[in-house]
Design a binder for this molecule. Structure first.
Ligand SMILES: [Zn+2]
Ligand SMILES: [Zn+2]
Ligand SMILES: [Zn+2]
Length: 154
């Protein structure tokens, strides 16, 4: 399954990351660049425990947590919860900005490998909520078997 998001990922390189941090008013630091590098390199969204494992002693947990929180706040990453409720992160579209995410797409979660895919081309339907409620976001998770797990079953 190739999504627009993945194609975008392939165009990213460190120069873009420098620019991305700068335009969001974030200082360019090695840990921040490393987090962007690792997350954008993946075909699927990456789980926080996986990031902790990748960075090991390179980036401590608290720093990593702060980086992820600030990236989410700035509209650089969006967070999805997988089937176990684990925080999983994916790079945002370029339309996202601070306090204003436009990641209203469906996420696909594989019930075999628990991978989270951004289905950028499938937007979530508009829903009518009671007028005295204020809507911030809608999350739709489609659950099923992803393409690589389908392949390994046949
Ligand atoms: Zn976003
Ligand atoms: Zn799978
Ligand atoms: Zn997404």
């Amino acid at each position: 399954m190739s999504t627009n998001k993945n194609e975008e990922h392939n165009h990213n390189h460190s120069a873009d990351f420098n620019q991305l941090l700068k335009s969001n008013g974030l200082k360019i630091t090695k840990p921040r660049l490393r987090v962007l590098e690792v997350i954008s390199d993946k075909k699927t969204a990456i789980k926080q425990p996986e990031l902790e494992k990748v960075f090991g002693s390179e980036i401590d947990r608290v720093t990593l947590y702060r980086i992820l929180a600030s990236f989410e706040e700035k509209g650089i990453l969006h967070k999805i919860f997988d089937l176990h409720g684990t925080a999983t992160y994916a790079i945002c579209s370029t339309k996202c900005s601070a306090d204003h995410h436009h990641d209203q797409h469906v996420h696909f979660i594989c019930s075999i490998c628990n991978s989270v895919y951004c289905l950028d081309e499938i937007s979530v339907p508009k829903i009518n909520i009671p007028s005295n409620f204020s809507l911030h976001s809608i999350a739709i998770n489609a659950v099923g078997i992803c393409d690589s797990c389908q392949d390994s079953q046949t």
